[in-house]
Design a protein around this ligand. Structure first.
Ligand SMILES: Nc1ncnc2c1ncn2[C@@H]1O[C@H](COP(=O)(O)OP(=O)(O)OP(=O)(O)O)[C@@H](O)[C@H]1O
Length: 313
């Protein structure tokens, strides 16, 4: 049984906007990053997984239950953190989270107990009796996370949980999400329009673009096998690029660095020979991984060594 199974999902809103188009996905438990630009269809998929929106075409199953017919059962097992502000300003965090626990079917005492635990988990225990209206954006995001956890779900769906946070707040929220997945041993699907965030917390990446699936694979399959050799020379970058082009070795520049894809050991030999022949001093030569941003970035306008050489010839 897979965690989430989506077959040929299309969702068209009543006004005629097709937010998801022929999407198919099989996801297993883990920390799953769900990335796409604004308007790509992330919230639409999350609401479909919750059974709040129905597919126009196709089938969606969560814990092997059809979202069309078993939405209530699914929502008992799933915690949801919505993207937009949706908290009552005139309630305390304790009252709100415990109310959400009661709505999920917890008895009063259990709801109070779970609320205290979850507010402690998200770092709001000391502030739990304050009105939410007086909270900072970061604290409000934490209340949203606490309410999504109160009924002890097996899957968390977090829609843009770092929205509106400053860099430090983003870091704290990402760390909290990672800790939540690991400590509670639950599956987490976290959406973001920022690839860099997904890269830091997730084990699996789903990318959508304009309602279409772009990729779905373990994170290491994007970054693990794709290594680069980064080389810095003390003056003579252009000469080294030209040498590499003559040697038929692919290379490009990034600031002061020369970057060479590392499929085998040839780039090491070429850089060593080039530096020796040209009398260049090597400042740095290190192996590094592509970042996800680099892999998804449109083709770099920086010319390859061959192009640079051809342009000069
Ligand atoms: N209730 C709605 N009625 C009509 N169109 C909608 C509705 N909700 C979303 N859309 C449209 O569907 C498309 C996908 O929206 P969705 O909110 O799923 O994207 P998203 O990836 O979550 O983006 P964002 O992060 O900006 O919310 C967009 O073109 C959006 O304008």
């Amino acid at each position: 049984m897979s965690l989430i199974s989506v077959r040929d999902l299309t969702h068209t809103y009543p006004g005629g906007v097709t937010a998801l188009n022929g999407l198919s996905l099989e996801l297993e438990p883990g920390i799953i990053g769900f990335v796409g630009a604004n308007g790509a269809g992330k919230s639409t998929l999350i609401k479909t997984l919750l059974g709040l929106l129905h597919p126009t075409r196709g089938d969606v199953r969560v814990f092997d239950m059809d979202t069309r017919t078993r939405g209530i059962e699914i929502r008992q097992l799933v915690g949801y953190m919505p993207e937009h502000d949706c908290l009552p300003p005139d309630m305390t965090a304790t009252d709100f989270v415990s109310h959400m626990g009661r709505l999920s079917g917890l008895p009063k005492a259990a709801a109070r107990e779970r609320t205290a635990e979850m507010l402690r988990h998200v770092g709001l225990y000391e502030e739990r009796y304050r009105l939410i209206g007086g909270y900072s954006t970061g604290m409000k995001q934490r209340v949203k996370l606490a309410q999504s956890l109160v009924h002890d779900p097996r899957l968390l769906l977090l829609d843009e949980p770092t929205n509106g946070l400053d860099p430090a707040g983003r870091d704290e929220m990402l760390e909290l999400i990672r800790r939540t997945g690991r400590e509670f041993g639950i599956a987490v699907m976290v959406s973001s329009h920022l690839l860099g965030e997904i890269e830091r917390v997730c084990e699996y990446l789903v990318a959508i673009d304009g309602g279409h699936l772009k990729s779905a694979a373990p994170l290491h399959s994007f970054t693990g096998s794709q290594h680069l050799l980064a080389v810095e020379v003390d003056e003579g970058t252009e000469a080294l690029l030209a040498y590499l082009a003559r040697a038929g070795v692919e290379a490009r520049t990034e600031g002061a660095l020369v970057l060479l894809p590392l499929a085998d050991d040839r780039p090491y030999d070429a850089v060593r020979d080039g530096a020796a022949e040209l009398g260049l001093s090597l400042v740095r030569m290190e192996r590094r991984r592509h970042s996800l941003q680099e892999l998804f970035r449109p083709a770099s306008p920086t010319p390859t060594a061959q192009e640079a050489h051809a342009a000069r010839a």
